[in-house]
Ligand binder design. Structure first.
Ligand code: BG6
Length: 302
């Protein structure tokens, strides 16, 4: 596995050609390619990659608040989606592994795991003031032959209990939003942010998108039921969650896309879809010394 680490980003390439690239800013994954070099993630052409604004595209990590929470005093002062996506993380190193111990191929070539850490010492003065709790985050990005796994360990390093929400805000690259159907969210409760957070239960049919969509689903199949993204009826991505009860489906559509300065091209909304694994309903509470762990495995079909 070939790892390169500069001042601002880390990238890894498997011997078979699959690759991943992560900015230290936000520990944001900005590229994931298969062996043929096909990009799996959507990244805006106008995304800021210099640390001046959260990245528009890839996989930004949301912590400790999803959206804003004006009614939740401890997080009410934080910007939208918290500070993790706009703080500079530390690269903690890599570990490699083989998918099978019986494999005779050279060791450590099947996957690579990159670890990133964030603690209060990495935060801006402003974020520290807005959220003065003692915490430690370890975010791991594992690149496999056909999958990308992201997992987060959250630990309360202080004496006082605190609460958080988290979400992995994946921007999937697709060819044509009108050809997309999503399964795994059938007959599930959801709230619709486009309709002021009203509650519904989804029909028993697959989800398709034809206008601005911003929904928080609690899949009826439970936190580990798979969500499948199909394009033209063919499976494109599969997402399996661990300890993440919610799935957010977001597409800004034409008007909102035009309204975002860092969203480019304007028509890019047709080539992206956010399906986001998260723990965003209510709050995860950690007492002193307690740890929470969650994540997702994304499988890509060719
Ligand atoms: C989604 C939210 O997760 O993120 C949307 O549900 C929000 O409401 C979107 O618009 C993008 O957020 P931001 O802060 O990156 O523009």
């Amino acid at each position: 596995v070939n790892i390169s680490h500069s001042n601002s980003r880390v990238s890894a390439v498997l011997p078979t050609g699959e690759s991943v690239e992560i900015l230290l800013y936000g520990a944001t994954i900005i590229s994931w390619k298969d062996a043929k070099g096909n990009e799996k993630l959507w990244l805006s052409e106008a995304a800021k990659l210099d640390g001046s604004k959260a990245v528009r595209g890839g996989v930004p990590l949301v912590f400790p608040v999803f959206g804003t929470a004006p009614d939740h005093a401890p997080t009410s002062k934080l910007p939208q989606h918290g500070f993790a996506r706009s703080s500079r993380w530390e690269f903690l190193g890599k570990s490699t592994s083989e998918s099978s111990t019986l494999s005779s191929s050279s060791a450590g070539d099947d996957s690579v795991k990159l670890d990133f850490g964030l603690s209060p010492s990495n935060l801006s003065e402003e974020s520290r003031k807005a959220w003065p709790f003692e915490f430690g985050l370890i975010y791991s990005v594992t690149l496999g032959r056909e999958s990308l796994t992201t997992s987060l360990v959250v630990r309360n390093e202080g004496e006082k209990a605190w609460e958080f929400q988290t979400l992995m805000h994946t921007y999937f690259r697709i060819k044509d939003i009108s050809q997309i159907s999503i399964t795994g969210l059938e007959s599930s409760p959801y709230t619709d942010k486009v309709l002021s957070g009203a509650s519904f239960t989804s029909p028993s049919t697959a989800l398709t998108l034809s206008s601005k969509t911003d929904r928080v689903y609690t899949p009826a199949g439970g936190p580990s039921s798979a969500v499948i993204i199909k394009e033209g009826g063919k499976k494109k991505f599969g997402i399996v969650r661990d300890n993440m009860s919610e799935v957010v489906v977001w597409n800004p559509w034409a008007e909102d896309a035009r309204g975002m300065a860092d969203f480019s091209p304007n028509e890019g909304y047709k080539e992206m879809l956010c399906v986001e694994a998260g723990a965003v309903k209510g709050w995860q509470k950690l007492e002193q010394g307690e740890t929470w762990e969650g994540g997702q495995v994304i499988m890509a079909a060719n």
